[in-house]
Ligand binder design. Structure first.
Ligand code: PBG
Length: 325
């Protein structure tokens, strides 16, 4: 049997497979989420995220130096705020000496070249655990945007390179961009969580920050997962308002959205492989049901193939270990 075209010729050896490979994973692809707590010498494992920790500032220094040595170049900071400092308006978020502001400075002192992105949302600071100010049981949009803009400015003043609003209020990108421009933070970037769905996959993260909503859910601001075209509307609006990088979140169940967004925009696309995705694989691997590293790499490559250029993932250090082995 003579065949002119045989696809398997390109799969014959590891070397030919490698040279025709369309996509790959490198340490530079990753944004490493970091959870920060008050105190000293604290490295607390998050129960629903085995192998992932909250760090106090002293150990944060050590951690970011290690990340840098491993070739990881970007971090995304989250803080766990003590209950006593939470209120409806997220007042503590604007404290120039707050935990986030000190965390930014800590990372920049430890590794000045590290790209520092910060989470901008009220939920860790909110007594209601919501991403905005609550009035009569409703999360009000415009007053929340004003706080988010002030919060972003405060992060920029503390030294953040990028702010990453994860709240899904309407118009917050424009509010943030305008204030940063007016205050002469013209090079502070915005990575917008532009297509962020109301998802059950965020559960372990809310454990990590003790930020679960005190009442109701987030469906009046985060997107309905039954919708696909709406993701393009959200994303294009954020770009018009000044987003430098856009994001789809969660990742695993939303690869169609990643590809749609990639095809629709001319800015870099990020994907967030969220806490529930991490927890699922850790649990399956701990039971011996799936091979951890095999599934991890297959899943992460799928994000690249779908069109994501940046990946926020709790697996970043595991990936470097695999790449170096
Ligand atoms: C909140 C925020 C959430 C995540 C990032 N920022 C949770 C939520 O929207 O309730 C989730 C990240 C994860 O699950 O890994 N602004």
């Amino acid at each position: 049997m003579n065949q002119v075209r045989r696809n398997r010729r390109l799969r014959t050896t590891a070397a030919i497979r490698a040279i025709v490979r369309e996509h790959s994973i490198t340490p530079q692809d990753f944004l490493v989420p970091l959870f920060v707590v008050e105190g000293t010498a604290i490295q607390q494992e998050i129960p629903s995220m085995p192998g992932y920790y909250r760090y106090s500032l002293d150990l944060l220094t050590k951690e970011v130096k290690e990340l840098w040595t491993m070739g990881l170049r970007s971090v995304l900071l989250f803080v766990k705020v003590p209950d006593a400092l939470k209120d409806n308006k997220g007042t503590e978020a604007l404290n120039p000496d707050g935990l986030m502001q000190r965390a930014i400075q800590t990372v920049k002192e430890a590794v000045p070249e590290m790209l520092v992105m910060t989470d901008v949302a009220l939920d860790p600071y909110s007594s209601y655990g919501h991403d905005g100010i609550v009035e009569n049981g409703y999360i009000v949009n415009d007053p929340t945007c004003e706080v988010l803009a002030q919060m972003s400015l405060s992060h920029a003043q503390a030294g953040a390179d990028f702010v990453a609003p994860s709240d899904m209020m309407d118009g917050r990108i424009l509010a943030i961009r305008s204030l940063l421009e007016n205050e002469n933070y013209k090079n502070t970037g915005i990575m917008s969580y532009s297509a962020k769905y109301a998802s059950g996959f965020y559960g372990p993260f809310r454990d990590a920050l003790d930020s679960a909503p005190g009442f109701g859910d987030k469906k009046t601001y985060q997107m309905d997962y039954c919708n696909r075209e709406e993701a393009i509307k959200e994303t294009l609006m954020d770009i018009d308002e000044g987003a430098d990088i856009v994001m789809v979140k969660p990742g695993l169940a939303y690869l169609d959205i990643v590809r749609d967004v990639k095809d629709a925009v001319d800015v870099p696309v990020a994907v967030y492989q969220v806490s529930g995705e991490y927890a699922m694989l850790k649990a399956a691997a701990a039971n011996g049901w799936l091979d951890h590293d095999t599934i991890m790499m297959e899943q992460l490559l799928a994000f690249k193939r779908a069109g994501a250029q940046l990946i926020a993932s709790y697996f970043a250090k595991d990936v470097v270990r695999v790449l170096n082995s």
